[in-house]
Design a protein around this ligand. Structure first.
Ligand SMILES: Cc1ncc(COP(=O)(O)O)c(C=O)c1O
Length: 476
């Protein structure tokens, strides 16, 4: 029998826990550099400590919060540690955490304007700010999704609708009036494009991987040849996805030249600037936006470089009505909600319910300003260059790709792949830093990714020291 009062937990108990959690978060941030980055937990160890049976009777929050420390924390990888150099680093910030707390308290749904006017209008505002920073003209408009994978899928859905007849209405199956589409990416492009093509019924095999050059940028001659060959074979070239800041090396495809191929063959040009787009905030990096004026769509993840906490991805589309017409569909019960509003973001994608993501971008970007964000990114670029110099000066190591942004790829000189992989595994297992390994031209390389505003030169020096010690240690 259930004898607890109904409703939420008592207000005073909540307040007390809220203060505790606030202190817990402040302590976590303050002490983060002292943590072991990778957990020591073996697979299944966390799960083994939690009852498999769903909770039947109520439990006090005190116990649950204690279990966070006891059970959960030992299984956490501390992305926000200043010596975590995996992926593109971490974009945790104090204002970002505060914003997420407020967002959680509000727990609103930004599907239509009326479901919470501030959520929709703030989304318009932050998308407008980002658009100014990226230098897009008025012909572009944005929408916020969770991830770049979802942004790219929506961009290609718009491309697909535009290149054929009534796919929205009639689908793809069983039709002989729909051409065989092809999508072109470089051999460095992210797997999210393949996944988008899987989801959209375009087919994984219709994603053509075009060779990249010595600096990992799409080879435009090879693109032209692939497109021409496909046209000869009866395919319809649908889109090119150019990457600005590739996952492995942060290389930048030659967007201007790619755009000419797109114009010639009437292809949609989508730019995956998930990571690299953030450089547009630095006046000295204006080169990064070369050719953006020719694109049909571009995705940028402020959760990768622009200090907005995960997740926040923005898709910009030239004449966004082209996207809207693919997805607008107002269910009867929302007809009243949708009426009369300037914008209902549910019209711009598959999702109906949408998190209030704009608040965190608004709070983080106001706290640092463009100048503060740019200064922090600039420092990451400086640290990546410094690390590159160290690699170049040490005969034990060689650079595996040019350093373009906050990412450095390197490997042990004259080594087997296995040695590089093992070294990354050993370094990560030791817990003081965290690197990635990737493959370039089929060879294993080590990869450092910077993006955390807590990371200082001292941290990067320590990471380098750890790497050198690991390299020296492998001989013993
Ligand atoms: C270049 C690039 N595009 C897209 C993605 C996918 O991002 P998301 O996790 O937001 O889907 C990544 C992920 O790292 C990436 O590096």
């Amino acid at each position: 029998m259930h004898h607890e009062p109904l409703g939420d937990i008592p207000a005073d108990v909540f307040r007390q826990h809220l203060h505790e959690v606030a202190d817990w978060i402040a302590d976590y941030r303050e002490q983060i550099a002292t943590k072991r980055i990778s957990p020591t937990a073996s697979p299944g160890a966390i799960r083994a400590q939690v009852p498999a049976g769903a909770p039947e009777e109520p439990e006090p929050l005190t116990d649950i919060l204690a279990d966070v420390d006891r059970i959960i924390m030992p299984g956490v990888t501390h992305w926000a540690h200043p010596q975590f150099a995996g992926y593109f680093g971490s974009t945790t910030t104090a204002p970002g955490i505060l914003a997420e707390m407020i967002t959680a308290a509000l727990n609103i749904n930004a599907m239509t304007w009326r479901t919470s006017p501030a959520a929709t209008e703030l989304e318009q505002v932050v998308l407008g700010w980002l658009q100014q920073w990226l230098g897009f003209g008025e012909e572009f408009s944005g929408v916020v999704y969770d991830t770049a994978s979802i942004s790219t899928m929506h961009a290609l859905a718009a491309a697909r609708e535009e290149a054929s007849t009534a796919i929205r209405a009639r689908g793809l199956a069983g039709r002989d009036d729909v051409p065989m589409f092809r999508v072109y990416v470089s051999d460095q492009a992210h797997s999210s494009i393949d996944k988008a093509c899987i989801a959209l019924g375009l087919g994984e095999e219709n994603v053509r991987r075009v060779a990249s050059d010595a600096e990992f940028r799409m080879n435009v001659d090879a693109l032209g040849e692939a497109v021409a060959a496909d046209v000869r074979d009866g395919y319809k070239p649908l889109a090119v996805v150019a990457t600005v800041g590739t996952t492995s090396t942060a290389s930048v495809d030659p967007v201007v030249e790619i755009a000419s191929v797109c114009t010639e063959h009437q292809m949609w040009l989508h730019i995956d600037a998930a990571y690299g787009g953030g450089l547009a905030l630095l006046p000295e990096c204006a080169w990064v936006t070369n050719g953006w004026e020719y694109c049909d769509s571009l995705v940028i993840n402020p959760h990768k470089m622009l200090f907005v906490p995960f997740d926040f991805s923005a898709l910009y589309v030239r004449n966004i009505a082209r996207l809207q017409k693919v997805f607008t569909l107002v269910p009867e019960y929302l007809r009243g909600d949708a009426a009369g509003a300037e914008i209902n973001y549910m019209d711009y994608g598959v999702q109906l319910g949408r998190r209030f993501r704009a608040l965190k971008a608004w709070m983080v970007w106001r706290t640092f300003g463009r100048s503060g964000i740019a200064a922090r990114i600039r420092d990451h670029l400086r640290l990546a260059q410094l690390f590159t110099d160290w690699v170049n000066e040490d005969p034990q190591f060689e650079l595996a790709a040019p350093t373009v942004m906050g990412v450095v790829c390197f490997r042990l000189t004259a080594s087997e792949d296995e040695q590089n992989s093992r070294m990354v595994e050993a370094i990560n297992a030791a817990g003081e830093t965290y690197l990635m390994q990737t493959k370039l031209r089929g060879r294993a390389v080590m990869r450092l990714g910077l993006g955390n505003l807590l990371t200082t030169e001292e941290h990067v020096r320590r990471v380098w020291q750890i790497i050198r010690e690991a390299a020296a240690g492998r001989h013993h």
